[in-house]
Design a binder for this molecule. Structure first.
Ligand SMILES: Cc1cc2nc3c(=O)[nH]c(=O)nc-3n(C[C@H](O)[C@H](O)[C@H](O)COP(=O)(O)OP(=O)(O)OC[C@H]3O[C@@H](n4cnc5c(N)ncnc54)[C@H](O)[C@@H]3O)c2cc1C
Length: 228
């Protein structure tokens, strides 16, 4: 899997904080942008998050190129509706090379791994035969497994990144989408470290786990109440 930040709002943290400040200031936005110190930016970002005043986070956007994830994971990803996606089409781009994802659980079971690889490769073989027989790629793709790799471009604003990371960095989410969002977080941290540090599972903000079972980082609300 490769994730690269290919574009983003310049000075994303300053943009968010200056926008938030502008609602209650006589200064122009440009003046505010020059006045705010790194310390103030830090404190204001925290204040906005603590108070749940999240709309200013919509002013900073991040565009990622994402390659080598399975169709399982791209399907989960696009459920996040407040983002923009452009995915390589299986209708217009016939697959020449067949790359697919192997879950780590499979890699530990050598017998099953061999069967899994054979099943996927057989599907790919049939796909290629169908293309050669003149079946259009849009129809031949019906035989491709969900393991098939895909690539896409995604643009998400910082508010939606906070939300999606709160769900997808939770260890109850599936390993591949957790890895994807860990890489997304790392890319954001490179250019906006304070914002990047806030991209974390929801339990960090709640102070408890709201899943039926905790991974151990925070207790569930039920066990927290019972312990009192
Ligand atoms: C661990 C896990 C397991 C899951 N299992 C399943 C499953 O079994 N089956 C399944 O179908 N899905 C499943 N999902 C997907 C899940 O139901 C959501 O579709 C996905 O996480 C997108 O989240 P969202 O809807 O909060 O946010 P986004 O689409 O990212 O939207 C962000 C927020 O905007 C608001 N919003 C967006 N659109 C609307 C709207 N139309 N109306 C009102 N408010 C809106 C909501 O407040 C929403 O939380 C799972 C997700 C996770 C993390």
């Amino acid at each position: 899997m490769q994730v690269s930040l290919i574009n983003y709002t310049p000075n994303p943290e300053l943009t968010i904080v200056a926008a938030a400040r502008s609602s209650a200031s006589q200064s122009t936005i440009e003046e505010l942008r020059h006045k705010l110190s790194p310390r103030q930016i830090n404190d204001l970002l925290k204040q906005l998050l603590d108070s749940g005043h999240l709309s200013p986070f919509e002013h900073a956007s991040f565009t990622f190129s994402i390659e080598g994830i399975s169709r399982v994971t791209s399907h989960q990803l696009v459920r996040h509706r407040l983002a923009s996606y452009t995915q390589q089409s299986q209708r217009y781009v016939p697959l020449k090379e067949h790359h697919y994802v192997t879950p780590p659980t499979m890699s530990r079971q050598t017998d099953l791994l061999a069967k899994y690889q054979r099943a996927v490769e057989n599907a790919h073989e049939l796909y290629s035969q169908m293309l050669e027989a003149g079946i259009p790629a849009e129809d031949a793709r019906y035989v491709l497994p969900q393991a098939t790799e895909t690539q896409l471009v995604m643009t998400m604003n910082a508010r939606e990144l906070l939300h999606a990371c709160s769900l997808r960095l939770c260890l109850r989410a599936q390993w591949e989408i957790v890895e994807l969002f860990e890489r997304i977080k790392a890319e954001v941290e490179r250019v906006a470290p304070r914002l990047g540090a806030e991209l974390k599972p929801k339990c960090y903000r709640l102070g408890h786990c709201d899943e039926p079972e905790s991974c151990g980082i925070f207790p569930t609300l039920k066990s927290k109440v019972e312990a009192k």
